[in-house]
Design a binder for this molecule. Structure first.
Ligand code: PEP
Ligand code: MN
Length: 454
């Protein structure tokens, strides 16, 4: 835990004194310095006002008055900075959020895992194929996917390219939202064809259809009453988030802002620390403890209650509302045993945290033919288990964090459209973890809405 002296010694680059896990070793230090300087000189991607607005929303989610939907790719790719891909991602998140608003009878805070989700921690620093060993792929912020020496060499200029692509992505998202994308509020215009799939049982089909038509009716009715009312139900605020892994990138855009106290990371509204980099004495916790943004920390099944309490103390010593989200990712198998001790310890401490469930990262499995996948039923079981554990502990599950895409990919098995191990290869696109596709995402939202309604 940082002592009062180290607390006061924080600055945007004080993390450099600590050990940083999963950082890139660049050969050309001068090129790194040039890239960092360039990044620091760019206009910010987000503003401190938006960041504070999100923090206030998260504070309400913490108190049970909002629900958070966070989602997007495991690893965003520069090549996916294309209008259709971005619009489809926004579309699935928006549609899921409306199902949740309707089912949970609560406003939903929408947070994309986009416009900067370009850096990845890897289990091994190198990868070997056919006897050739090269650096692993660390995300498009660091190196390229192609398996050749030049592509895999970490390139500092990719940080600049990443930032520029994040800016273009966000620009398009902001325009879609401002310019009538809200049309997609209307369920009668959604693709609900998964409801007709053979594997969908009759009763579930009828329930989802009823929910979709109630939702349509409610929106039409509210629209008829005028803008202000419909605004409350369907107001589209979108926030961005990414894993704050590459601290060179994060700290380059960490600044003070006129008429506000403290430093803001202006590359994103809501950065989080990954499960592999949340060492209390490491560089990531050091960097994150000094910024004013709301921050997340992933916690896995091996996390000790004492570690969680120490993380809370380090990252939110003043117990500021909406400041800290703990994103548990236990796996369906472990959620009912690994989560309760953490919930109880935090509950007993009286500290404020927002609990989010990432039902993806504890449920990754390899198929017999070596493909990484996740089972729709395991993902759902983890969410259900998390709701139950929170109910029993007297705490609140404030939201969910998915890896998903708006495309029709075949990366996770199960769900109504019935992707199986045998059909995974049909359209498996992810270069990292498997994502829910459009139909799986929407179906998941219906299921959570039902569970949340009780
Ligand atoms: C991720 O969110 O893609 C990730 C690497 O998760 P975790 O830190 O939970 O392993
Ligand atoms: Mn992932």
């Amino acid at each position: 835990m940082p002592t009062p002296e180290t607390q006061s010694a924080w600055n945007p680059t004080s993390w450099r004194e600590k050990i940083a896990a999963h950082q890139t070793v660049y050969e050309d230090r001068e090129a790194v310095a040039r890239a960092v300087e360039k990044l620091g000189g760019f206009p910010p991607l987000v503003t401190s006002g938006e960041i504070e607005h999100l923090k206030a929303n998260l504070a309400e989610a913490q108190e049970g008055r909002r629900f958070v939907l966070q989602g997007g790719d495991c690893a965003e790719r520069l090549d996916d900075c294309r209008p259709q891909v971005i619009a489809n991602k926004l579309k699935i998140l928006l549609q899921m959020s409306l199902v949740l608003v309707h089912g949970l009878r609560q406003p939903v805070v929408r947070i994309g895992r986009f416009a900067g989700q370009y850096a990845k921690p890897r289990s091994s620093p190198t990868e070997t194929r056919d006897g050739v060993t090269l650096p692993s792929y660390f995300g498009d912020l660091v190196n390229r996917w192609d398996f050749d020496e030049a592509s895999r060499r970490p390139d500092p200029h990719l940080m600049v390219r990443g930032y520029q692509h994040a800016a273009v992505t966000l620009n398009f998202i902001r325009s879609l939202i401002d310019g009538g994308f809200a049309d997609l509020h209307h369920p009668e215009r959604w693709d609900l064809s998964f409801l007709d799939h053979d594997s969908m049982d009759e009763r579930a089909r009828a329930r989802y259809q009823a929910m979709a038509s109630e939702l349509s009716g409610a929106i039409t009715f509210m629209e008829a009453l005028g803008d202000k009312t419909v605004d409350d139900l369907t107001r589209v605020d979108f926030f961005t988030s990414h894993e704050g892994l590459n601290l060179l990138y994060e700290s380059a855009q960490t600044r003070t802002v006129p008429r506000r106290e403290g430093y803001y990371n202006l590359t994103t509204h809501f950065p989080w620390i990954g499960e592999r980099t949340r060492d209390l004495n490491g560089a990531h916790v050091e960097y994150f403890r000094g910024i004013r943004n709301p921050v997340g920390v992933k916690v896995g099944p091996k996390t000790a209650p004492a570690d969680v309490l120490a993380l809370i103390e380090a990252l939110n010593p003043t117990d500021e509302p909406g400041k800290l989200a703990l994103i548990h990712r236990m796996g369906a198998k472990d959620v009912r045993t690994a989560l309760p001790p953490l919930l109880e310890a935090v509950h007993k401490s009286g500290k404020r945290v927002l609990w989010l469930c990432d039902p993806m990262h504890g449920n990754t499995v390899g198929t017999a033919s070596g493909i990484k996948t996740r089972n729709f039923d395991d993902i759902l079981a983890e969410i259900t288990g998390a709701f139950d554990a929170h109910d029993e502990a007297g705490t609140r599950l404030g939201g969910v964090h998915f890896e998903l895409t708006g495309e029709d990919v075949t990366e996770c098995v199960g769900g109504a459209t019935d992707v199986t191990e045998d059909t995974l290869h049909t359209n498996y696109v992810s270069q990292c973890d498997p994502r829910l596709n459009y139909h799986q995402g929407l179906q998941m939202a219906f299921l959570i809405a039902e569970r949340g309604r009780g």
